[in-house]
Design a protein around this ligand. Structure first.
Ligand code: SF4
Length: 397
């Protein structure tokens, strides 16, 4: 198999996420000369190591799929700008590969209404994301998930509102559908978690309801989904609040499947909620909002590939759509650069996930905009093919 067509897009994405990308200085000349490119706004994670001249794009479209632009230092992949052709190119000289990389345009919303840029983010070119609260109580206890960089990133960036109101979300969504009516496919409500988990859950549901009010006004609630990423409430009766939301997806994240790795990587979740209770909450969530609209994210690279695949299968069998997120080495996270999943490891997981997508009616959490997730690619069958030889050879070197 060669590496030129859409069929290779999933494999190229895996390699880019495994190795990261070096960013040539010419990219910053391109950004200076080009208006309206969506730049990294540091709402949640910072997988760009080293100083850059200005914020780079947070993702690119390559062979039709969205890929996170993560930069960990030396990499065979290099992003550069050709001034003559006015295009960005991703090159891997060792593998003899070169692709056009499309930067994603930002929303008119943020240019015309700068106050909205302090409240929301554009994720993957198609999801309007709200982050509230910008803190998580596990950091206060020193028991945060070891891959999470929320606290350091929040300290690094000022001016973003740390706790959003229903009015903030309702107004921003309404305005976004006036300025960018065709761009947004998903609304994401993301946390940060409050120590009072029931209060935190109610907060997230109330923000989702506020978003949906504006979607209904815009006549878009049927085709724009609303997504909530949160810890489960302690009182599972509160899940009934979700029944008032249309077209909703919710994630309660296990992060890893292996119980001993979970206790180590997610020590706060383990001590304060417990893995078994999280699985019970996921089953209750599935019952409350319907099969495969309940999701749980598994981060690759911090347990064996077999364990990730076993976990994804167990979730699929219980009517929960797994989310497979490729570990990105964030500055400010405890794991930092100490973990780097190889292409071969990710390819094993991708084949396993493809089999699940071919067996169960799974739904990707990010439909076409998951910059570090590979579920949408599996839903399009992009991991059915063998690994392209050019990547396999480079990996074997
Ligand atoms: S639950 Fe874990 S991953 Fe989520 S914000 Fe808190 S520390 Fe970060």
């Amino acid at each position: 198999m060669d590496c030129t067509g859409r069929q290779s897009a999933g494999w190229i994405k895996l390699d880019l996420l495994s190795r990261g990308v070096e960013i040539d200085e010419s990219v910053f000349a391109f950004l200076a000369a080009t208006a309206n490119v969506a730049r990294r706004k540091n709402f949640y994670n910072t997988p760009i190591w080293g100083e850059t001249l200005s914020p780079p794009p947070q993702e690119l479209r390559v062979l039709g799929v969205v890929v996170g632009l993560n930069s960990y230092g030396v990499s065979p992949w290099r992003l550069s700008w050709s001034r003559d052709q006015n295009s960005l190119a991703l090159r891997n000289a060792a593998a003899g590969l070169e692709y056009t990389a499309e930067p994603l345009p930002d929303l008119h919303l943020f240019a015309r209404h700068p106050q909205c840029a302090k409240l929301a983010n554009l994720y993957g070119g198609a999801a309007l994301a709200f982050f509230s609260p910008r803190t998580c109580y596990f950091f206060a206890d020193g028991t945060e998930c070891s891959f999470c960089s929320l606290a350091g990133t929040a300290e690094e960036t000022v001016g973003f509102k740390s706790h959003l109101s229903e009015a903030d979300v309702q107004t921003t969504v309404r305005t976004a559908f006036e300025t960018d009516p065709e761009r947004i496919e998903q609304i994401m409500i993301v946390g940060g978690n409050m120590r009072d988990l029931d209060r935190g859950f109610r907060h997230h549901v109330s923000l989702a309801a506020a978003a949906q009010t504006s979607l209904r006004e815009a006549g878009r609630s049927g085709n724009v989904s609303v997504h909530i990423a949160t810890m489960p409430p302690r009182n599972l009766d509160l899940l009934s609040l979700l029944r008032d939301l249309e077209n909703v997806h919710v994630m309660f994240n296990l992060e890893v499947w292996d119980p001993s790795v979970f206790a180590d990587v997610c020590s706060g979740k383990q001590k304060d909620y417990g893995r078994e209770a999280l699985i019970l909450a996921l089953k209750a969530l599935r019952t409350a909002i319907g099969e495969y609209r309940a999701h749980s994210l598994l981060v690759t690279g911090i347990e064996t590939a077999e364990s990730t695949i076993t976990g994804a299968r167990a979730l699929a069998e219980m009517g929960v759509s797994p989310i497979i997120n490729i570990y990105h080495s964030d500055r400010h996270s405890r794991l930092g650069l100490s973990v780097r999943p190889t292409f071969a490891y990710l390819a094993q997981i991708a084949h396993g996930v493809q089999e699940l997508y071919d067996t169960y009616p799974l739904k990707p959490y990010w439909r076409n905009c998951g910059r570090n997730a590979i579920d949408s690619e599996a839903s399009h069958g992009l991991f059915r093919s063998p690994v392209p030889q050019s990547l396999e050879k480079v990996t074997a070197c």
